[in-house]
Write a protein that binds this ligand. Structure first.
Ligand SMILES: Nc1ncnc2c1ncn2[C@@H]1O[C@H](COP(=O)(O)OP(=O)(O)OP(=O)(O)O)[C@@H](O)[C@H]1O
Ligand SMILES: [Mg+2]
Length: 157
């Protein structure tokens, strides 16, 4: 039997609001096998996005992971429980973007209006890909524009 690349076990993510506790994710479990594509379906507000953000430890406060495990098989070796890592740890930063990436629900709205799309896409490569050469050439206008088209496609249904 193959080892899953990702095992989410009894994940719980709660938001601690002044108005009360929101149990956005309350006991979610699923596996992803190597090469498998998994779709998560549910009504609006049921916790799909929060589950994915929890995997990368980017749930915004006052939300936080309060229980469960997120076991990830790194390409380099032993499995790691992402739920136990500090969001700012070097280990998690090395995984984000390089081994696990997230395309935001509304990618075009997630871009900064004051930086070119090309530069924003390249930033992820600069931060997460070791082979990226920081001294490489800047993007041409044509390259930047084709990246805009690519990012736009990501938001298509
Ligand atoms: N920043 C936040 N502050 C407070 N509660 C939040 C926050 N983000 C999410 N939630 C809560 O978590 C629940 C799940 O939200 P989530 O965005 O994961 O839903 P979703 O399944 O992705 O919905 P959609 O299909 O509309 O994208 C929401 O119903 C809301 O109660
Ligand atoms: Mg969502």
């Amino acid at each position: 039997m193959t080892t899953p690349v990702l095992e989410v076990k009894d994940l719980r993510v709660h938001f601690f609001l002044d108005e009360g506790l929101v149990r956005a994710v309350d006991g979610v479990s699923f596996d992803v096998q190597p090469g498998q594509v998994v779709g998560i379906v549910g009504e609006s507000g049921c916790g799909k996005s929060v589950t994915m953000k929890a995997i990368l430890q980017i749930v915004e406060p006052p939300g936080r992971i309060v229980g469960g495990q997120i076991l990830f098989q790194k390409s380099s070796g032993a499995p790691v429980d992402l739920a136990r890592l500090s969001p700012k740890s070097a280990e998690l930063r090395a995984i984000r973007g390089a081994e696990i990436a997230l395309i935001p629900q509304e990618p075009m709205a997630a871009f900064s209006p004051v930086h070119s799309v090309g530069e924003q896409v390249i930033e992820a490569l600069r931060l997460h890909e070791r082979q990226w050469r920081p001294s490489g050439p800047r993007l041409s206008r044509t390259e930047a524009r084709s990246m805009t088209v690519g990012a736009g496609c990501a938001s298509a249904p």
